[in-house]
Design a protein around this ligand. Structure first.
Ligand SMILES: NC(=O)c1ccc[n+]([C@@H]2O[C@H](COP(=O)([O-])OP(=O)(O)OC[C@H]3O[C@@H](n4cnc5c(N)ncnc54)[C@H](O)[C@@H]3O)[C@@H](O)[C@H]2O)c1
Length: 332
């Protein structure tokens, strides 16, 4: 059945109205909090596949937040009665553990789910942002990766359900822009970390922090010399916010990430130092299609959005470790 979201005018005031898909996830929930602080009325849509209501603890107490527990891929249509200014389409599993477990669901939310959100952008005249990923570059031959690089993705490997469905979502977004003249942009997010990540979601930062807190050796895949760039969540949210609300962003693709490239071993050493422990490493075979280098070229975001990451790795990791200590206490 089609979904009709109704928001009574009395709750809207005169502020902007935003819809965030994937609102209960790691990034979605931080974005919701930011938009509420900016005075937006926020509709948060999520089926809680990989997200949690706990992340929306603050938002759920706010009268300018409406939570809609729906599966975007299963809805034939989404309508909204009233005004809608912005659509932030973040719904999709993001960690390798999650998208391997939910491969088909990942492909459906990035294809059918993206279509639902684009149709809503057409019918409401809302500006649209697609949360894409650095994974569209696959295992790149170009370093750092500029937005103009087309990528090197294995189309039927274990990561293809995520990489290729995000590439499809990007193509669909630009096809809708050409056909219907919607105001749309794509943001390619690089590894982001911070409070509210799930300790067991399989990504490298939570893995290593969890192991440091338990006094276990660090699991390092391959030689650990493969690089990643880690951006703190507050910096990423600032970039997302500018990419959709600033002028001259329609039709753009932006890399949002930290050009401070670090090897996985280096990251493990920093986490060990913050915990005041000796780093002990346990080496395991590299998973299939794991990229060897990952580093964004953020020239365009610097120029158009006047944006760059500001949080030093040590500061961001300290905040994340503190949060994980809280989580660990809560879950015994
Ligand atoms: N966190 C990162 O480092 C990173 C990097 C690159 C791209 N991204 C992108 O950012 C977005 C958010 O990532 P995240 O880290 O917050 O992931 P997350 O798994 O924490 O959040 C995704 C949210 O989407 C929801 N969702 C999934 N399928 C849905 C469906 N069919 N209908 C409604 N809701 C659905 C989940 O329940 C979850 O709350 C994703 O699109 C991801 O691809 C994130």
């Amino acid at each position: 059945m089609a979904l009709l979201i109704r928001v009574s005018e009395s709750r809207l005031d005169r502020g902007k109205v935003s819809l965030v898909s994937g609102a209960a996830g790691f990034l979605g929930s931080h974005l919701v909090d930011r938009l509420l602080r900016e005075g937006h009325f926020v509709v948060g849509l999520d089926n809680l596949l990989t997200g949690s209501l706990e992340n929306l603890g603050l938002a759920l107490q706010n009268r300018k937040f409406l939570f809609v527990p729906e599966d975007l891929a299963a809805l034939p249509e989404v309508h909204l009665a009233g005004r809608l200014d912005y659509i932030w389409h973040l719904a999709s599993p993001a960690s390798p553990v999650h998208y391997r477990r939910h491969g088909v669901e990942t492909m459906l939310v990035n294809s059918l789910g993206t279509k639902r959100m684009l149709d809503l952008a057409v019918s409401c005249g809302a500006a649209f942002l697609l949360a894409s990923t650095s994974e569209v570059y696959g295992d790149p031959e170009v370093h750092p990766q500029p937005e103009s690089y087309w990528g090197r993705v294995n189309p039927n490997g274990e990561r293809a359900c995520y990489d290729e469905s995000k590439r499809f979502a990007e193509a669909l977004t630009f096809e809708y822009r050409r056909r219907y003249g919607i105001n749309a942009r794509v943001v390619r997010i690089f590894n982001t970390y911070g409070p509210r990540m799930q300790p067991a979601d399989g990504r490298v930062v939570p893995n290593l922090i969890r192991q440091a807190l338990r006094g276990e050796p660090f699991t390092i895949y391959g030689t650990g010399k493969q690089t990643r760039s880690f951006i703190y969540v507050d910096d990423l949210i600032e970039g997302l916010y500018r990419a959709l609300t600033w002028p001259a962003t329609d039709g753009e693709v932006f890399n949002l990430g930290n050009p401070d490239e670090r090897s996985v071993i280096d990251l493990a050493r920093v986490i060990a130092a913050l915990r005041g422990v000796e780093p002990r490493m346990e080496f395991h075979p590299l998973p299939a299609d794991d990229p060897t280098r990952r580093c964004p070229d953020i020239t365009r975001a610097r120029r158009v959005l006047h944006w760059e990451p500001r949080t030093p790795l040590e500061t961001g990791l300290r905040a994340t470790i503190n949060c994980f200590m809280g989580v660990c206490k809560r879950h015994g």
